[in-house]
Design a protein around this ligand. Structure first.
Ligand code: SDX
Length: 375
């Protein structure tokens, strides 16, 4: 009717707050973290430097970085209680459920439980971020009947993550590609999981609650779960001779059935995801390193068929899925890797939301039953 308020379904196009953490610009197809283009950061800086930048607003000096790295490395070990709880969970549990449970448990043991100052939230974020490789790597290992590998504090974040997963010091080229993926995944303004974290923070709840909720939001295939879903598509189509035709048949069948093709499309970007070119280059390096041109053929064929039929372009999850697969990660581990990266962005937003808080509580337009009475 005439006086009905407009409903912004899915909050599409609605600006709900300000942020100084990152700028997603769909017109110029660019992404800035605290003002720096993400491609420049990926080419010249480590994931640790990017985490520091997101949390502190500026890149670290040499001394600040050394100090930050030392702190992160000293916090990598899993508390025995966290390990025991993970061991209690079935190996068939989705790793996102394991990660979500571990974060919640760590929150219940938070030594700064009543402190929501920026310093305390940075310390909480740092502790969580530092433990994430232990949780994610151990969960992949236990699914294969393997034991936890203790962290190595002579390795950087990404190298240690790979070491704890596979038990070998990784080759530099693999560490670099993994580090690029972590930088690409670190932050992306008011995406669904970050918004979830901000909603929870807006009630003056704590960081661990906000991140536990954010992990739940990230799990879904319309959001972070898409990198896992991309790999299922690749498995279903199958790389190797004839992949091009198979990809086209699969795609037409999927779209005819009105199903979404995971790894394509984006709420904000309509001319392509700013992070894809950088991640695509990292994927190419992995394809060359592992000698898998068949994977590239499948990747290109599916993307070409999708673009030809719909004009919809790949998002970051499209190149990252196969890259993680080539590195040796289980498909189920892909979204937990996204968690480890995004904890940096979530923490920055939790600090920002706390500093200029307003309870997030929108309105709804009632479309239920007319008023009625019991007798
Ligand atoms: C991430 O927000 C962020 O920043 C998220 C993220 C981050 O870093 O935090 O970038 C990470 O979540 C990436 C997105 C991962 N999700 C997927 O890959 C899932 C597949 N993609 C889509 O379902 C979809 O594109 C969304 C969910 C990502 C965006 O959806 P919107 O903005 O709600 O758009 P829509 O679903 O309304 O699509 C518009 C049209 C529709 O067709 P019509 O009804 O108008 O005819 O495009 C079609 C859609 O059906 N469409 C797709 C499609 N994406 C859009 N059709 C088939 N397959 C797709 N992937």
């Amino acid at each position: 009717t005439q006086n009905e308020p407009t409903v912004f379904k899915g909050l599409a196009g609605v600006v709900v707050d300000r942020t100084a953490v990152s700028k997603v610009n769909p017109e110029s197809n660019s992404l800035l973290y605290r003002g720096y283009p993400v491609q420049e950061l990926a080419a010249q800086r480590s994931f640790e430097e990017v985490a520091y930048l997101l949390w502190n607003g500026e890149l670290p000096t040499e001394d600040e970085l050394a100090d930050f790295e030392e702190q992160e490395r000293s916090l990598r070990h899993l508390a025995p209680a966290v390990r025991r709880v993970i061991d209690e969970l079935p190996v068939t549990a989705h790793p996102m459920d394991v990660v979500r449970t571990a974060v919640s448990l760590i929150g219940a043991n938070d030594p700064q439980v009543d402190d929501a100052s920026p310093e305390a939230n940075r310390a909480k974020g740092l502790r969580l971020w530092a433990q994430m490789p232990s949780i994610v790597a151990y969960d992949q290992r236990r699914r294969h009947g393997l034991d936890l590998i203790e962290p190595r504090n002579d390795l950087g974040y990404s190298a240690n993550f790979l070491f704890m997963t596979f038990g070998e010091v990784p080759e530099l080229v693999v560490v670099e590609a993994f580090d690029v993926s972590m930088i690409m995944y670190a932050e992306h303004s008011f995406n669904a999981s970050t918004f979830t974290a901000r909603v929870i923070t807006s009630t003056m709840s704590d960081l661990h609650s906000a991140i536990t909720g954010a992990i739940g939001a990230l799990k879904g295939p319309l959001h972070g779960g898409a990198n896992e879903a991309v790999m299922h598509i690749f498995d279903e189509i199958g790389a190797g001779p004839g992949a091009g035709e198979r990809a086209e048949v699969w795609l037409n069948h999927t779209l005819d059935a009105k199903r979404k093709v995971m790894g394509f499309g984006h709420r904000v970007y309509k001319h392509g995801d700013s992070r894809v070119p950088t991640m695509y280059t990292a994927l190419l390096t992995m394809i060359e390193h592992y000698g898998r041109p068949d994977m590239l053929e499948l990747y290109e064929s599916l993307a070409a068929a999708m673009t030809a039929r719909t004009g919809i372009l790949p998002n970051l999850d499209y190149p990252s899925g196969p890259a993680y697969h080539l590195m040796g990660f289980d498909t189920l581990t892909f979204t937990p890797i996204f968690v480890a990266a995004r904890i940096t962005g979530w923490t920055a937003h939790i600090i920002e939301q706390t500093a200029a808080n307003a309870l997030i509580r929108p309105l709804s337009l009632y479309n239920g039953h007319e008023e009625r009475h019991l007798s």
